[in-house]
Ligand binder design. Structure first.
Ligand code: AMP
Ligand code: ZN
Length: 474
């Protein structure tokens, strides 16, 4: 504990990860917008965040992880224009917003389970927190950080000493006005101002609306994450995660609201996962590119191959998906399982011989969550001159972070290979089995036994069942 160096997108450097309270980590993750299936790009972010959480637990921290589910307020443009993504999704499927929210939330957690991503300690749908948004927005208005214009409530970015946290933007960018190419919202005093509460929008059929002091309406996307985080993690958040596309404007706006509301610094450490790309750039839901976990399964891949594929590269580098790359990861996974399956189940592990390998694994995690080095540490264990029992204990420990189900899948593999009758067919063996069946029918027990022994000498064990005789290699 307290040895991890983690890159912080706020300071733009690797730095020691520190917590507000010793030994405890409050960790917030931006959750999915549930208007469609998650694609494997979204899931790259959730896999790497899962590894981060598990690494912190492995190092001994007591972690509280909170995630929102965006079921209202995320518009099709980050500039507060366009339609609510949820409403668009409901129209596409001729269902209600709440129906599609429930359906895609369940689908998201099914995918997470297949990828062995742990469900966060708290999962909070955004629609369940309306009172919190009203409380926080009311205070922001009272303290002069927010204003009413044209029926909506906006955050006033000119009130901040520093608005841009993660990126250096042009000075010109800071001027009042609106960005070129983005639909003008004449109510905004400054171009980066953003909506906290909508009562008026260009579309009238917003399905979900709630009463508020500013009229019937619904919350903006950014306020959801600030309020959900503050409600469950308190005034001081240790670590905030998300895909790198969330840094601006979403996380920038979260910081603006939360710190203006609290009156002090809110979250000192930001962890951003870089994108999964295809040949045509970032994999994105709105572009309609749908490489889903179900599709991987339909094509015969174990979803954990995709998890391994993600772990093989660093979270701060773009990762390009191709079927060839996934095939390579699938081959690696299979070989890994075979090597684990070959380890003996006998004996007792030895702490002394395990220690250097645990240290090497920890060094990989401490080095800005270097998962590919962590996998190298796993191979070092497999090659090591230590007992199989120690190897198995090390693999079990590493896998609480890697999440590849190595021991479980390896024992399934072993069971398939040994216990179950083989699916292999071998004409010579089949001929001997037929000859033995004939000998038995002829009551020539000596010949039947001789054939059994002949096969046994070749390492073939016969299994007689009601349906007939099968065999396995022993
Ligand atoms: P969304 O469901 O669109 O709100 O996105 C859910 C999460 O996936 C967010 O943290 C995004 O930043 C992240 N994300 C979106 N596209 C990608 C991608 N191509 N690669 C990695 N993460 C992504
Ligand atoms: Zn968020």
């Amino acid at each position: 504990m307290d040895t991890m160096q983690l890159y912080n997108s706020m300071s733009h450097k690797k730095e020691p990860f520190k917590t507000h309270e010793p030994g405890k980590v409050s960790l917030y993750t931006c959750g999915p917008t549930v208007y469609h299936f998650a694609h494997i790009g979204n899931l790259r972010s959730y896999i790497m965040e899962d590894v981060l959480e598990k690494a912190l637990r492995w190092e001994g921290y007591d972690v509280l992880r909170v995630m929102n589910i965006t079921d209202v307020g995320h518009l099709s443009s980050d500039a507060d224009t366009g339609e609510d993504k949820m409403v668009k999704g409901a129209q596409r499927e001729h269902k209600s917003v709440m129906e599609i929210a429930q359906f895609y939330t369940d689908a998201f957690f099914d995918d997470c389970a297949k990828l062995n991503i742990k469900t966060p300690d708290v999962v909070q749908p955004a629609t369940g927190m309306i009172e919190e948004y009203i409380k926080v927005i009311t205070k922001l208005i009272d303290t002069g950080y927010a204003y009413l214009a044209g029926g909506n409530v906006y955050f006033d970015t000119s009130k901040l000493k520093r608005y841009y946290i993660f990126n250096d933007h042009d000075a010109e960018d800071l001027q009042s006005g609106v960005r070129e190419g983005v639909e003008e919202d004449v109510n905004k005093r400054n171009k980066n101002d953003f909506v906290l509460w909508f009562t008026k929008s260009k579309f009238e059929d917003q399905a979900l609306k709630w009463d508020s002091p500013w009229g019937e309406g619904y919350p903006g996307w950014h306020i959801e994450c600030s309020c959900i985080s503050m409600k469950y993690c308190g005034e001081y958040l240790d670590l905030h995660c998300g895909g790198v596309d969330n840094a601006f404007p979403h996380h920038t706006n979260e910081i603006a609201q939360s710190e203006s509301y609290l009156g002090h610094e809110w979250c000192p450490h930001w962890f951003h996962v870089h994108h999964l790309n295809t040949d045509s750039g970032k994999m994105s839901k709105s572009k309609g590119e749908f490489l889903t976990v179900s599709l991987l399964e339909q094509k015969g891949y174990d979803p954990l191959c995709y998890r391994l594929f993600c772990l093989q590269s660093h979270y701060r580098k773009g990762l390009t998906f191709s079927w060839e790359n996934l095939d390579n990861a699938a081959g690696t996974y299979e070989k890994l399982l075979k090597r684990v399956a070959a380890l003996s189940q006998e004996g007792k592990s030895d702490d002394g011989e395990m220690k250097p390998y645990l240290e090497k694994f920890q060094a990989a995690l401490d080095n800005d969550l270097n998962t590919s080095l962590a996998i190298t540490a796993l191979y070092d264990v497999l090659k090591a001159d230590i007992s199989d029992a120690s190897k198995r204990a090390l693999i079990a420990s590493f896998d609480t972070v890697l999440g590849l189900k190595l021991l479980e899948k390896a024992s399934i593999l072993k069971e398939k290979e040994t216990a179950a009758p083989t699916a292999e067919s071998d004409p010579a063996i089949d001929a001997l089995i037929a000859a033995r069946a004939q000998a038995k029918a002829d009551k020539n027990w000596a010949e039947a036994d001789r054939i059994r022994d002949e096969l046994k000498a070749q390492g073939i064990e016969l299994i007689d069942t009601k349906e007939g005789t099968t065999w396995k290699r022993v």
